[in-house]
Ligand binder design. Structure first.
Ligand code: NAD
Length: 350
């Protein structure tokens, strides 16, 4: 298995393959870049078909965290970890303790947190072996309210560029997913006078939005076909793909979901279609800001100010994308790399 030649390698600082003979733990910890600070990123547990698949996933996700934290102005680098295994069968206290010892062996270069299939309780066990954990029980708590607020502010920045006015009043917003983030986001939009069209597999959440927010409910498939100004993916990844783009009528795509684009090439497709896309890792950064507030001891005011800054960051991305007629995702990546280069130059000079 090639590492340095891997397509997603992108100059990772360190990649650690972890194996514990007693518990059978197999994990990969990827530290992409620590220019801005220690690499913070969750641990994902997944039954990968092969170690190659796990390696590709961890490298891609880890680089994403570097860019996300850099653009959110956080004193954090980017890293991520994957555990190869079945979350229903393979978890045990000894398993997570073994994992915690591997995290600890990196001496704070990598700080871990929850991700897909990893719960707060699992991270609490990891935390018995290492202080390098965030998002544990009783600390910063649920990041979703900050993610929702950042997504709402990011949508306002997009509305300003696409419709000439940051107010959401009168806009038709199609929201996919009314979970922890999606429902709060829907509340912000409704409060400002937007008309909501919503879809979720959870009928209770839909009924609540209809009752409390005067939303119009549609089926989970029909959400792509509705007449709307904004499509807000707040549930699944990869919903922006060749099939859905034939159906989505929105001029703005702005939502909290991770990995919204089916492929990186869809960034350019959206530009060509005249749809303004708020890059997912920029608009949903409220969550990482929240988790960082625990690791970096931010005051409540500082955390709130950083979440509010998502508006300005997206405003800059949209302005530059328009001026240079380039895709917004490409601009976001470039701006993140500029922040890293400036910090590196500062470090080398001083
Ligand atoms: P959640 O699990 O609380 O909510 C997801 C919602 O989507 C649920 O209500 C679920 O029923 C619904 N859903 C599932 N499949 C659906 C489908 N096919 N169509 C419509 N609805 C469907 O998750 P969340 O914490 O609200 O996160 C939402 C998205 O935002 C995820 O992609 C997540 O990765 C991303 N995100 C969340 C945070 C955070 O702070 N929670 C931070 C950054 C990114």
């Amino acid at each position: 298995m090639a590492l340095f030649e891997h397509m997603e390698f992108d100059s990772h600082e360190q990649v650690v393959f972890c194996h514990d003979k007693v518990t059978g733990l197999k994990a990969i910890i990827a530290v992409h870049d620590t220019t801005m600070g220690p690499a913070l990123g969750g641990t994902r547990m997944w039954n990968y078909a092969s170690s190659e698949e796990a390696l590709t996933d961890v490298l891609r996700l880890s680089r994403g965290m570097t860019y996300k934290s850099a653009l959110a102005g956080l004193p954090l680098g980017g890293g991520k970890a994957v555990i190869i295994g079945d979350a229903k069968k393979d978890k045990s206290e000894a398993f997570f303790k073994a994992y915690g010892r591997f995290v600890n062996s990196l001496g704070g270069k990598y700080i871990t947190a929850e991700d897909v299939n990893i719960r707060t309780a699992d991270i609490d066990i990891v935390g018995t072996e290492t202080p390098f954990v965030a998002g544990t029980e009783g600390k910063a708590g649920d990041p979703s309210p900050h993610t929702a607020e950042g997504t709402y502010l990011g949508l306002k920045a997009a509305a300003k560029h696409a419709f000439g006015n940051e107010s959401l009043s009168g806009l038709r917003i199609a929201i996919q997913g009314l979970g922890a983030v999606g429902y709060d986001f829907a509340e912000y939009c409704a409060k400002e006078g937007a008309q909501l069209i919503v879809a979720d597999v959870n009928e209770e959440a839909v009924a609540r939005a209809v009752k409390e927010l005067s939303a119009e409910a549609v089926s989970i498939d029909a959400i792509y076909d509705v007449e709307c100004d904004v499509y807000a993916p707040c549930a699944l990844g990869a919903t922006i793909n060749d099939a859905t783009l034939k159906r989505i009528k929105a001029k703005v795509i702005a939502g909290s979901a991770n990995n919204q684009l089916a492929t990186p090439a869809h960034d350019k497709v959206l530009r060509d279609m005249g749809i303004l896309y708020a890059p997912d890792y920029v608009i949903n950064a409220g969550g990482v800001i929240h988790v960082c507030s625990e690791a970096a001891n931010f005051s409540l005011e500082e955390t709130a100010a950083r979440v509010k800054a998502i508006y300005g960051t997206l405003d800059k991305i949209f302005t530059r994308a328009t001026d240079e007629n380039r895709p917004t995702g490409e601009i976001a990546d470039e701006m993140a790399r500029e922040i890293l280069a400036a910090k590196l130059a500062e470090k080398l000079a001083g």
